[in-house]
Design a binder for this molecule. Structure first.
Ligand code: CP
Length: 318
């Protein structure tokens, strides 16, 4: 299939074929990061700006490295030292940055829909690096890529997503992507952290991690998103850990070849014990590694589609 999107805003909007196209393209980029010279000329002459209005370690560095490995020039925007503190809006900030000849805008923002707002306003490609509790599409894609790499398929695979589903953009992107590719998704959380609405997306809902562990091929543990909660959703972190935390003792119920995933950052000793996070069943660092190839793929596909859209094979958009 031909990729036609200049932007990546969500996995909800992608077809199964489009998701597969990203995964196949990412597979071709995996080797670049293993070479002694980790660079290909794919985006030479392009400019990428990272607009992060929320904290990030993995996603920001991964997008920066991905752009650099594709030979693009990269600029990192810091909100605290920007004119945003003087009241400039997100849209004005992005339009002014685009006026300097930026080709790809990577944006993370606390507001759901922030990436869509920019995509509708800019001719640059806009890549959503997380918008509120809405979506985190490249995290969803790298999670799916990692499962495919380890299990060889998604059809017939059962993925348990455990934790703060309600406030998780990762959960939403995972749910859209995994179900489109034929995986079964079970959401495990206290009733206050998961809505029955998710059943309409084809998910099973459980309040009992021990029962689900016996059936899961993959367990994706999520962080409690305190920054998006209004409080009072469970009695205490200690109680949450007792009922839902993934410990070595609890993991004994799981299938011998279960994969343990986590998007990071980990709260060791809360949703996952240090022993489980560092165990041989954990693919948490492989997720991070795969994120680079996935983001290279997304940048390449969206940038190429933008060039085609503006009928400008040199890539100069203005
Ligand atoms: N997984 C993820 O989005 O991590 P960061 O917040 O560190 O980017």
């Amino acid at each position: 299939m031909e990729w036609k999107r200049k932007d990546l805003l969500s996995l909800r909007e992608l077809s199964a074929e489009e998701i597969e196209a990203v995964l196949q393209t990412a597979a071709t980029f995996v080797d670049v990061s293993k070479r002694s010279i980790k660079k290909v000329p794919t985006l030479r002459g392009k400019v990428v700006v990272n607009l992060f209005f929320e904290p990030s370690t993995r996603t920001r560095i991964s997008f920066e490295l991905a752009a650099s490995r594709l030979s693009a020039d990269v600029v990192n925007f810091e909100e605290v030292s920007s004119s945003g503190v003087k009241g400039e809006t997100l849209k004005d900030t992005a339009r002014n940055i685009e006026a300097m000849g930026v080709d790809i805008v990577v944006v993370r923002h606390k507001a759901a829909g922030a990436a869509k707002l920019l995509a509708d306003s800019l001719s640059a490609s806009v890549l959503n690096a997380g918008d509120g509790a809405h979506e985190h599409p490249t995290q969803g894609l790298l999670d799916i890529f990692t499962i495919m790499q380890k299990k060889g398929r998604l059809q017939g695979i059962t993925v348990a997503i455990v934790g703060d589903i309600s406030h998780s953009r990762v959960a939403r992107s995972d749910i859209w992507g995994l179900t489109k590719l034929g995986a079964k998704v079970i959401l495990v959380a206290p009733p206050t952290l998961v809505s029955r609405q998710f059943e309409k997306l084809g998910c099973e809902i459980s309040f009992n991690i021990d029962e689900v562990l016996e059936r899961a091929d993959v367990v994706n543990m999520l962080r409690i998103q305190r920054e998006r909660q209004e409080g009072g959703l469970f009695p205490s972190l200690r109680e949450y850990t007792r009922l839902f935390g993934l410990t070595t003792a609890r993991l004994k119920r799981a299938k011998p070849d279960v994969l343990i995933m986590h998007p990071g950052p980990l709260n060791r000793g809360v949703e996952i014990s240090a022993e489980v996070a560092d165990s041989s069943k954990s693919v948490i660092l492989e997720q991070v590694t795969n994120g680079l190839a996935v983001r290279m793929a997304v940048m390449y596909l969206c940038s190429r589609a933008r060039d085609v859209r503006y009928s400008n094979p040199t890539g100069a958009a203005h």
